[in-house]
Ligand binder design. Sequence first.
Ligand SMILES: *Cc1c(COP(=O)(O)O)cnc(C)c1O
Length: 407
Amino acid sequence: MVKLPIYMDNNATTPLDPRVLEAMMPYLTQNFGNAASRTHSFGWIAEAAVEKGREQIARLINASSPDEIIFTSGATESDNLALKGIAWGYKSKGNHIITQKTEHKAVLDSCKFLQKEGYDVTYLDVDKYGLVDPETVRAAITDKTILISIMYANSEIGTVQPIREIGEIAKEKGVLFHCDAVQAAGKIPIDMQKTAVDLMALSGHKIYGPKGVGALYIRKKKPFIKAAPLIHGGGHEKGKRSGTLNVPGIVGFGAASELAQKDLPAEMERLKRLRERLREGLTTRLDYVHLNGHPEKRIPGSVNLSFEFVEGESLLMGLKDVAVSSGSACTSASLEPSYVLTAIGVGPELAHTSIRFCVGRFNTEEEVDYVIEAVVKHVTRLRELSPLYEMVLEGIDLNTINWNAEQ
Ligand SMILES: *Cc1c(COP(=O)(O)O)cnc(C)c1O
């Protein structure tokens, strides 16, 4: 028997790995020192722990040096620091930023904020799989362009962008390149020696580490990258991010990075197998199921499906034992379709029937099978109530119907 409820929303957050908690514990208790204290062993112990965490995170992405890692409160702050920090730092050079429509809100809302300050932002379109074409990035570059910001992998649809190709273009054109790699780090290999990314946002709680800790990778190169700080104070993190360091958080983030790196090839295979079992199980037993995102260029554990002819909220209610998320963002009272699904051309009707399943480290084959059974049962039940589904089964083309006709 599987234990309920089943957590299958690992792109939203992940449980803390018990091994990570174990590594953190001493720094929540006896080793409570301030990493900036230089006059006693409490400080030295905390500082050593922070530097170990920095090394573990640098290794996860094969950075040249741990000094390239700046600790933050999470990837939202890292994205803000990359966007605003570069915009402010390179104001004299230009005011144009290139990004794309399916970025995380931390990037999009930072861009909107910068537009109000007079910056010019190009939001590139993506194709039906959510891919941005590197040549459209090239075509958007002007002599005023100071930054390109394209994410590694999308949290809703899992699509992995052609980061290396875009990096080469950025390098050739001499434009800085920021990449939100929250959904890629620890899930697929990232190699900063082979990828011309200048800044990269990472988060602890998406890789079985603690919440409230993240990092911004800033490449060490000549001339130095000038990211203006958002937070001023004691000059921590080389003046780029002041504030007493979250030592237990950093220790946990570091331990989580090391664990993710150690198991990466095997875990990629295992998660891909579970994801495909789920997708196949659902698409062979149900008709009118649509995959959102790219069939192959995707992170291993993530699958987003639209179930035509069901009401999305009813389906989620039926699946109350399974923690997944839907294609509607509940903003206040209104139910808006996800902007990511809208950007890849999924209409509002279909978007509302979309469910994102994200299997992670602690999910099992038994859980996947339980979820398949539950989804098949509820989709079948809801379709039995759907007059539209009945009409389609009878061979009526719904596009030929004039819904507004007088009764
Ligand atoms: C979760 C997430 C973030 C935000 O990270 P936090 O550490 O929760 O602030 C940013 N970008 C992507 C792609 C994410 O999935």
